[in-house]
Design a protein around this ligand. Structure first.
Ligand code: PLP
Length: 427
């Protein structure tokens, strides 16, 4: 049958040229012949999309700020993410299994990986609305105005993440005194929100964590605690659920050093189940747009595993060592006074405060901040630099630096750059 063999030869040739043309169009190496069946590695330079896109890399001497992409993942977390990228799975299976694994590791009844602490707060709110009203995800937020829909919050705990709750169609009721609080816990209340790091703050928060919790529970109302930035210490990951908070959220990409678009919602099983019901991949749900891809789900779990192998003491000692490198570089600048400040709760790591007289040095902290940002490599100082905002004991004559996001060798660069900026304008 010669015809047939010519035919099959032809189609085989056509197939080969088609696949290589398609591969060329897609810019990928052909899969055939790759023994592992995984995508072939591109050369490192063609993988450098920061370079390709012309996006400048920075030295992060500021801290785990969202606008600076927060933390970098440790190598073992990066490897787990890369491994997860190689195969599809059923998203639900991964969500459930990762939640169960994390609940065990973090000593709570249940857990779900969310697309960040902010998404965790939205899902916590949806869960509490669903629990109080017995409604399905489709009704949130559209019909929430017609049901029990109040969230009680201390006035001093109102913050920029209130939006995450309001997405569910709830209303926020503010309280100041304990009497206000007891009065506010009426039949329409579905949840309370506590801003963990605002406890006992200078802005007049009157009700402490334990009182807040026990009064809510006397009224049968579940409590969410936003502890997004409140690790270290590591034990905080189980401290607040252990105290009895029904739900607690953490950011995955801050101190935990997981993917930036991941976070944790930890707490009571019946509420976590409802949070999951209001989450993707379900489409008709408030959490549909808060998807965590398989890579980030795995990355979040791997980051927790990594973190549980760490020691707070060793990490803090390393942050202090880097802080001292910078202190040594600038301590002889005229009028310079150096202090280390450790915020008691959120971002509980050493922050270096460099206070000096700009009229002697010739440059204000804001000007130094601008110079370091403009130089190569570009350095970002803490945003409290040159002001007394954000809970730091800083002022217009103070530079603020956090060393915990610095990579090896960068403390030396920050020290040298500061020294150069602070000495060059003097005659
Ligand atoms: C950072 C932060 C969040 C948001 O965290 P994401 O993981 O970026 O969504 C929420 N609440 C507080 C108090 C935070 O500090």
């Amino acid at each position: 049958m010669p015809e047939q063999s010519v035919d099959s030869q032809l189609s085989r040739r056509r197939f080969l040229s088609l696949t290589s043309a398609a591969a060329a169009t897609l810019g990928i190496a052909p899969l055939a012949g790759n023994a592992t069946g995984s995508f072939a590695e591109n050369s490192p330079s063609s993988d450098d999309y920061y370079a390709k896109l012309g996006v400048e890399k920075i030295i992060n001497a500021a801290g785990t700020y969202t606008y600076l992409t927060a933390a970098c993942m440790p190598p073992q977390v990066q490897r787990a993410v890369a491994q997860a990228a190689l195969h599809p799975v059923r998203l639900k299976d991964l969500q459930i299994a990762s939640g169960e694994y994390l609940a065990k590791k973090l000593r709570c009844e249940a857990a779900v990986v969310t697309s960040g602490a902010s998404a965790a707060l939205t899902l916590a709110t949806a869960a509490c609305v669903a629990s109080a009203n017995g409604v399905s995800p489709q009704e949130i937020p559209e019909n929430v105005g017609k049901m029990k829909n109040e969230v009680v919050v201390q006035k001093a705990h109102r913050y920029e993440y209130d939006h995450a709750m309001l997405l569910c169609g709830v209303r926020i009721t503010e309280v100041v005194t304990l009497e206000d609080y007891k009065r506010a816990l009426g039949p329409n209340v579905v949840m309370t929100n506590f801003f963990n790091s605002a406890e006992g703050g200078p802005d007049g928060a009157q009700i402490d964590r334990e009182t807040w919790l026990s009064v809510a529970h006397e009224h049968g109302v579940p409590c969410h605690n936003d502890a997004a930035a409140d690790m270290p210490p590591i034990e905080n990951l189980w401290k607040y659920t252990g105290m009895g908070f029904d739900l607690v959220c953490f950011s995955g990409g801050k101190g935990i050093r997981g993917p930036q678009n991941a976070g944790l919602l930890l707490g009571k099983k019946h509420l976590i189940d409802l949070a999951v019901a209001n989450n993707n991949p379900n489409s008709d749900a408030v959490g549909r747009g808060m998807k965590v891809a398989k890579e980030q789900l795995v990355g979040m779990v791997a980051a927790v595993d990594w973190l549980l192998e760490q020691s707070d003491e060793k990490n803090q000692a390393e942050y202090m060592r880097q802080t001292e490198i910078i202190v040594n570089a600038v301590k002889d600048v005229p009028t310079m006074r150096t202090r280390v400040f450790m915020p008691p709760i959120a971002n509980h790591v050493p922050h270096l405060l460099l206070t000096y007289d700009p009229s002697v040095v010739g440059l204000t902290p804001h000007q130094v901040q601008g110079q370091l940002r403009a130089q190569k490599p570009s350095i970002e100082l803490n945003p409290a630099t040159g002001s007394n905002s954000r809970g730091f004991p800083s002022d217009e004559n103070t530079i603020v630096i956090a060393t915990w996001m610095l990579q090896p060798g960068e403390a030396e660069i920050v020290g040298r750059s500061l020294k150069a900026a602070l000495t060059k304008n003097r005659s």
